[in-house]
Design a protein around this ligand. Structure first.
Ligand code: 6R9
Length: 663
């Protein structure tokens, strides 16, 4: 088996290796939503009015007066004085067009054969009942409702119910820990939580309410919690307390209720999404109703080539931005069928995803490089067993994709017949910024592509000067776009510091967005994103702050100091490497290692689990006392080390190197 795979890979490599570029298939171009290369010039010449093209994808209660207000930059405002409701745009208007019987969400559960289909009419009813229940619970306009839910239908339903009544949501990834939940609820002053009893992971029921309760115990203000019964009789027999209500009871009390969508200003907050940054405190990224929704809809149409009659599948979790923009808001705004999968790709078998593509005739698949590398490792026979001919387009997001994985995806999933869009963007950008347009652009494996029309992304040196083709530098975005974050929740100063300080020139009112990624540019202006240049690492496409992990490790008794870096990892892209100094009297032994791993899982979640814990007597530091993270990264990657003479303690390097190798 293994041998066959390798042979086949070698052959594929030999044939595709030479090929650096790929043209969009003719059959795709003919039907593409966007196929006129003139769109780049058109957007540039008409900027910022070009963005009306995105706004026109929505129904507005009141037309905006101005596309962009730059007067208080970088606090930009888009579609000024426009009024709309996101839930209306994602549901009601499709029903008004007579499409109520068409499928909005195909939900595929982890247990095989547990599926649920929601038409737009079904979604309308569920969302209205929950919106009415939220109101009765006291949720008012602008109250932040936190959701701590796995991939069950109640998650998008709750998001849309919030949007309907103008209550911003803050979704916390279900894999995050109780601590992470508490931090986010406190930071957002959120008094409402929607969670569930538990969910399935590889066949086993997992207790989720226990974790939610542990988090709630740390929130000092009063809270009301809605609990979805996901597991039924397989549940854990939790008793709900006085502040907790059964989801099913709440909506049963509201049967048939209808809630008029609240008219929101374009700039009103639609949701908050917490993401990792350079400090230990996660950042509450604020997205708005008009700009965000129009941008999500526009990119879903232009880049993912989604049309109402498609069945489209993004395999991300809704707990991350990708799921917000490209499972919920973008696809539903366009009135398509969005497939939502609860389980993992390898349960019960490693062909589960291909079985789903075949069963549902999926037209677009949007997934992460980490998943593709896993598919590659499992072998081509899994997709080969299934008819994947319904697929028209493939996408990736979350981290750089290596050309080998790209080519495997192209051949074994796309049958050399689907364009691949490698989409670069961030929680903060709301939607995609750099990628080829699938009906226009030549594809270059490993390179995301040019900036999208209307997006002014550049690669610059430390002085902000554009660099020459072929060189590496820093990615910047020099003009605003509708999907951009508006601020960090209740922290305008940090918003400026994090994203605008580095390359802007406030004196001449020039504002440049800095995403904190490094990148390379080619002659043809294609951008290859290299990765974060801050203290954030990217594990399986998930953003984790090294400071958050370090503070969790330092919280373990016996630990004096810790430094965390990302080391290369074949499957995950990057993995967590922790270098730890113990307190006097403590041994760096297996016991402490386990406590450290458990400490990190408790503070953040299993995704942040250290791959290696290296105990050391010292950490490499500069003379000014800063930990040399670059060096620790090179050690983790077993790379040649550069000059270490600037270290205060150069001797420590070889000691650590030996420990990493010995592990
Ligand atoms: C959407 C999302 C953002 C960070 C970003 C970058 C990395 C995302 C990428 C990519 C190379 C791509 N990233 N897409 N790197 N190529 N196509 O992932 O948001 O979780 O906020 O992460 O992910 O480093 O800065 P988020």
């Amino acid at each position: 088996m293994e041998g066959d795979n390798e042979d086949e890979d070698v052959q594929l490599e030999a044939r595709l290796e030479e090929q650096d570029t790929f043209e969009p298939p003719e059959s795709f171009v003919e039907q593409a939503n966007v196929s006129d290369p003139g769109i780049y010039d058109e957007f540039e010449e008409n900027w910022p009015d070009c963005w009306e093209r995105a706004a026109n994808l929505l129904d507005w209660d009141e037309q905006y007066d101005q596309v962009l207000d730059e007067s208080d930059a970088p606090f930009y405002e888009w579609f000024v004085d426009g009024k709309l409701n996101a839930s209306y745009n994602c549901i009601d208007r499709h029903i008004e067009e007579g499409r109520g019987d068409e499928v909005a969400i195909e939900w595929v559960g982890e247990p095989v054969d547990e599926t649920w289909t929601y038409t737009y009419q079904d979604l309308y009813e569920e969302v209205n009942e929950l919106a009415a229940a939220f109101r009765e619970m006291g949720v008012g306009e602008d109250d932040v409702v936190t959701m701590y839910l796995p991939m069950i239908p109640e998650l998008p339903i709750a998001m849309l119910a919030c949007a309907r009544i103008g209550a911003p949501h803050s979704v916390v990834f279900a894999g995050f820990s109780a601590d992470a939940l508490a931090t986010r609820m406190k930071s957002a002053d959120s008094e409402y939580l929607v969670t569930c009893d538990g969910y399935y992971r590889r066949g086993d029921p997992l207790d989720h309410l226990d974790k939610a309760n542990e988090g709630l115990a740390d929130v000092d203000h009063d809270t009301t919690t809605v609990v979805v019964d996901r597991l039924g009789e397989e549940g854990f027999g939790h008793d709900l307390n006085d502040d907790q209500r059964e989801y099913a009871d709440l909506v049963a009390d509201q049967e048939g209720a209808e809630v008029e969508p609240v008219v929101r200003d374009a700039e009103d907050m639609l949701f908050l999404m917490y993401t990792s940054g350079t400090t230990g405190q996660p950042k509450g990224v604020k997205h708005t109703t008009g700009g965000y929704l129009s941008y999500a809809a526009w990119t879903t149409q232009a880049v993912l080539d989604v049309e109402p009659e498609d069945t489209y599948w993004c395999s991300a979790d809704i707990g991350w931005i990708t799921g917000h923009s490209y499972i919920v808001y973008g696809p539903l705004a366009l009135g398509t069928t969005s497939l939502m999968y609860e389980g993992t790709p390898d349960y019960p078998e490693k062909d589960r995803m291909w079985e789903i593509v075949e069963d549902y005739d999926v037209n677009q698949l949007y997934t992460a490089p980490t998943a593709i590398r896993a598919f590659m490792k499992w072998g081509k026979e899994y997709p080969a067993d299934h008819d994947l001919s319904s697929l028209r387009l493939l996408g990736t997001v979350g981290e750089p994709i290596n050309p080998r994985a790209w080519k495997w995806y192209y051949k074994h999933i796309g049958g050399e017949d689907c364009p691949i869009v490698d989409t670069w963007w961030q929680t903060e950008t709301g939607g995609m910024l750099i990628t080829t347009l699938p009906g226009i652009g030549t594809m270059k494996p490993g390179s995301a592509g040019p900036p999208l029309p209307g997006i002014d992304a550049r690669i610059v040196d430390t002085n902000g000067e554009r660099i020459q083709a072929g060189q590496a530098g820093y990615l910047t975005v020099d003009k605003p776009w509708p999907g951009m974050l508006r601020t960090l929740y209740k922290n305008d100063d940090r918003f400026i510091d994090e994203y605008w300080r580095e390359y802007s020139d406030p004196d001449s009112d020039k504002w440049v967005y800095f995403p904190e990624d490094g990148a390379k540019i080619d002659d043809d202006d294609y951008i290859t994103v290299l990765g974060r240049v801050d203290d954030v690492i990217n594990v399986s496409g998930h953003r984790l702050g090294t400071m958050e992990i370090e503070s969790a490790i330092v919280g373990v008794s016996g630990v004096a100091e810790a430094a965390v870096v990302g080391g290369d990892h074949e499957m995950k892209g990057e993995a967590v490497y922790a270098y730890v100094i113990t307190e006097d009297g403590y041994e760096g032994d297996e016991d402490l290692r386990e406590q450290i791993v458990a400490g990190v899982e408790d503070a953040i979640g299993p995704i942040a689990r250290p791959e290696q814990v290296v105990f050391t007597d010292e950490l490499p530091k500069t003379r000014s006392g800063k930990i040399m993270r670059r060096l620790l990264e090179d050690i983790a990657n077993e790379e040649e080390l550069g000059d270490t003479s600037t270290l205060r303690n150069p001797g420590v390097v070889s000691e650590i190197q030996q420990k990493v190798k010995g592990d």
